[in-house]
Every structure is written in C-alpha cells, then in structure tokens.
Design a binder for this molecule. Sequence first.
Ligand code: BMA
Length: 341
Amino acid sequence: MNPIRLPAISPEYPSVEQHSQIPAIDSLFVRHPLNPILSRQDWPYPVNSVFNAGATLLADGDTLLLCRVEDRRGLSHLCAARSANGIDGWRIDPQPTLMANPLAYPEEIWGIEDPRITYVPELEQYAVAYTSYARGGPGVSLALTKDFRSFERYGVIMPPEDKDAALLPRRIGGFWALIHRPVTSFGAHMWISYSPDLRHWGSHKIMLEARRGGWWDANKIGLCSPPIETEKGWLTIYHGVRHTASGSIYRLGLALFDINKPDVCLQRGDSWMFGPEASYERGGDVNDVVFPCGQTIGADGDTIHLYYGAGDSCMAMATGSVRALLSWLDFNSNVGDGNVS
Ligand code: BMA
C-alpha cells in the first residue's frame, strides 16, 4: 500500500514578517456597494433572471456585459448591456442580442448560456465561447464578432458534455488554444485543446483536476473568466463545486499556468478565495452560487473588475488586484501537494 500523503499547509510556512505582507484572503475581492448591479427588474423586456455575463472593455472605453438571460420558459439567450463606468447607467439592448437558432444549430434547442469573451488582436474580433444546450447535454459553441451586433457562428466546437470554455487571446506555438471542461467517466476537470483554424481541435491535455473527498473543489471544477496574461503566467480564476446535503456550493479558486505551456500548472491555491456570503449570492433561483464569466482590467493594468452571476439570478461585481492575487498565490499554493486529493 502506498504511504498516506497529507496535504502540506504551505511550501514554506511564512514567517511573522512575511505574514503581514500576505494579502488577507477576505480582502482579495471586495464586493461593490451597488450590488447587484443588474437584475431582471432592469430588463427592457420580461425575463426570469440575468446572470453569468461575459465581460470586455470596448474600444470606446465602455464596459460591455454579454449577459445570460433566462426567459420564462426556462431557456437562455444572450443580451448585451453597455456602461461608461461598468457599474451603473447600463444601456441594455432592447431585444435579445444573440438568440439560440435551433433550425440552423440544433445543438441550441434548449438555449445558449454562460459566454466568455476574449479579444483576439490577430483577428481584430472578439471570440465568444458559450454553452449550447440540447438533448445530448451542454456543448461548447463559438462565435466571432466585431461589434456585438452581428456574429459569425462556428457552431459546436466541443461536443457534449462540455462547457466553461474560453479562447486564449493569441496562438500558443502557432495554434489557437481553448480551455474547456468536458465531463468524462474520469471526472469534471479543466482541459486545454489546440486548433490551427478554430474549427478542428486536438492535442487535448488536462490542465487542472478537481480534487476529491472533503476539498472545496472536490466534485467539479471549471474555468471562470478568461485567464489574465501576467509576466508570471496565465492567472486563472476557476470555480470549484462541493456537493453537500443541502445542495452544491460554487466557490472560486486561483491557479497560475505557464505562459508558453498553459497545460502546466505552476501554482494552485489550497483555499477558495471568494464564496457565497452576501444575501444575493446565498439565495436565488440556485442558492450558494458565485459564477464569474468575465472581468475587465483597469487603466492601471492591475485592478480587476470581476463580474459574476449570483445565485443564478442577478449580476454582481467585485474588485481585486492582479498583484495581490499573484502575491497570495506565492504564499498559499502547493502544486505538488495541492493536487493531493
Ligand atoms: C453550472 C452552470 C452555470 C450555473 C451553475 C449553478 O453547471 O450551469 O450556468 O450558474 O451551474 O447553477
């Protein structure tokens, strides 16, 4: 029998002096006082809920949220909201921006969900990776757009069961790279796949595994917002799901991947660093869910505006710092033992 390996607390437990420099876990992301920033009451047409929006900064400086909007049949479409400050004064498209089109795309018969937006300089377009939902389960679809008014649809690029996908903003070793979360008999883990043309995908590699047992990310994990490119690597926020007697809890963790080999995990936080606490996160159509699909980075290159769906009902925002997240990871990650599950 193999010896039992206990997860270490930290590679080197910090000294008292170092301790004062470690960002406190509860201050890594600070909720905006105006939360929730968007909900169904704001919508120009009748809907059930507004959540899990992709986010980006537009060329004119506006923040765009491409929201998942669930109608009162229970089916979702995407609708754009634009704001000068990313907090209020939202201008919401008067009609759905991107609707499921099941005649042309039967994989969308039960709607489209959870978009992640990546601006791709080489294409001078935004790539929107979203979940398309049909009888076979959820799959990953892709569309390109210049303006969030017209879209070039690529259809399903990863068959069911797969979701939580985002494109990296540039080629890696000459190939486009897509992070996604297939579910296999082996579990619900994060994978990365490569393509020469955004249509044909291969060289699939596992990036990060769900842990097991009592861990907060024991039952499923998936990418949240698209990774942030930093000089230390791809800084990546992911969600972890823990099943409990009263349902699932969706919380957020942090990992850092090699800039040239994004399937190589350099650091992974042991603890979750943001979880459902506010009333709009603890109660909703689905309780105890924080689910970011996008962020914008401030003009200082450091401030993160993390946009997240709360309780599958509304949109909220929390502010963080790239530097603080990287520094927290330095003291709170264990790649070797962090994968002990
Ligand atoms: C996931 C996705 C998300 C949703 C979350 C919590 O599987 O379907 O859209 O927010 O569950 O219900």
